[in-house]
Design a protein. Structure first.
Lengths: 318, 107
């Protein structure tokens, strides 16, 4: 009998403790806890956007440096205005991609607000503007001439941006019309394929840029090695050799920083964080799904954090 | 294999070639031959990165498999100075596969 009473008390104690743990965990993913990963996502997005802009610009710097080397080696006159026109990625192509990345980051932030139950007209209007903005970017990309000078596929980008604009527009419409939560969540999930495809396309463009810059830099290193080797096997001028040493050191710094400055892996992590948020939006908002979201955001933050320093070191190595 | 994966694979091949070209030991003739092939492969990579390819295409898939095998061969031989002729032949083969991939790009 005494044993049964004790067992009953123990059962109640376990039940009360379980409830306490449950509510503590629920509080752990309440609005305040939720703000931190969202703020981290926004900060990491800003870092990735800024780095991507500088990284894409660097492709032009490398190209212009190559032209300078070729002109100097062939003892031809240097024309600085002509050099400025040497672009393998136009300013317009860079801006379109950066603005799209910015719109995608803002869309993810809007989804975060929806997940907190904020379905007011401000979120709806903001999401509608993002859709319109992406539509304009898609049109602009579609109008860019297909030239041999660029290695970017503007037609692919335009198609992906137009699809994402339609997808986000469909979600915005439901928010503005204040549709039922379940219907809105279903729309966010079903439209997300197009949103992720655009993030992927920007990552592909960044990877393409990285591979081209790596190859340009490698060719420069080959020529540098050859020139140095030719000089040292003649009757070398020590001053000239010291000049080579300075250039080789700069080359090695650029080579070591280029990979670290490549934003593509961080953009892939941004896509994963976005995906985790979409999953969280439609989930039961349990501590488990919240923890998965936090992990995905942390991975994104870790990938984004070193980019700024790496790209600055890369640029300053010239 | 996606197109960007092919571009990255070519990039890895170029890095292998650069390491060889930037290490003493090659004769002048071999250096010049390898450098010329490197330049050709570089041009092909630049053309390929801006293209669209139907990735499920059987001919494309077969070529990427052959490219992958040749890239592995290059990685195995590139550090061995007794295999320079083989390395040059492999890089030519890689360039040929990439050329064939470029030819199946839809217009």
């Amino acid at each position: 009998m005494r044993f049964t009473v004790r067992q009953s008390r123990l059962t109640r104690l376990v039940f009360v403790l379980s409830l306490a743990v449950f509510f503590a965990l629920q509080m752990g993913c309440g609005p305040e806890a939720y703000q931190k990963p969202i703020q981290q996502f926004q900060d990491a997005s800003t870092e990735v956007i800024n780095t991507t802009r500088e990284f894409l610009k660097n492709a032009n710097t490398l190209e212009q440096n190559k032209v300078i080397d070729d002109l100097v080696f062939s003892k031809k006159p240097l024309s600085l205005p002509e050099l400025d026109n040497t672009e393998i990625i136009s300013q317009k192509e860079i801006k379109i991609r950066i603005d799209a990345l910015d719109a995608l980051a803002q869309y993810t932030s809007n989804l975060a607000q929806l997940a907190q139950g904020k379905t007011g007209s401000a979120v709806g209007d903001s999401t509608k503007k993002l859709s319109d903005s992406l539509k304009t970017l898609a049109d602009d990309a579609g109008k860019l001439p297909a030239t041999k000078a660029t290695f970017l596929n503007n037609a692919n980008f335009s198609g992906a941006a137009a699809a994402a604009a339609n997808a986000i527009g469909a979600v915005a419409q439901l928010i503005v019309e204040r549709k039922a939560r379940r219907e809105l969540e279903q729309s966010i999930v079903s439209n997300d394929v197009a949103v992720k495809a655009l993030i992927k396309q920007i990552s592909i463009d960044a990877t393409g840029s990285y591979e081209r810059q790596k190859s340009q830099l490698g060719a420069y290193g080959d020529q540098l090695f050859k020139d140095y080797d030719d000089e040292r096997t003649k009757n070398p001028d020590p001053i000239l050799l010291l000049g080579f040493a300075r250039i080789i050191k700069s080359y090695r710094t650029q080579e070591s920083q280029l990979s670290g400055a490549n934003p593509a892996p961080a953009i892939d992590k941004m896509e994963k964080a976005h995906e985790a948020l979409v999953y969280y939006v439609k989930s039961d908002k349990s501590p488990k799904t919240f923890a998965e979201l936090v992990t995905a955001v942390q991975d994104f933050v870790s990938a984004a954090k070193p980019l700024g320093q790496a790209v600055q070191t890369l640029i300053s190595a010239y | 294999m996606t197109l960007i994966e092919v571009v990255t694979m070519i990039g890895d091949d170029l890095t292998q070639i650069d390491t060889r070209l930037q290490t003493p030991g090659l004769s002048e003739a071999d250096w010049q031959t390898l450098y010329a092939l490197r330049k050709h492969l570089d041009d092909e990579q630049r053309d390929l990165v801006g293209e669209s390819i139907i990735e499920g295409d059987a001919a494309y898939e077969a070529l990427t498999t052959q490219l992958n095998t040749a890239s592995t061969q290059l990685e195995n031989d590139i550090g061995d100075l007794t295999k320079v002729a083989s390395v040059i032949a492999t890089v030519s083969q890689i360039a040929s596969y990439v050329d064939q991939i470029l030819k199946i790009v839809p217009v």
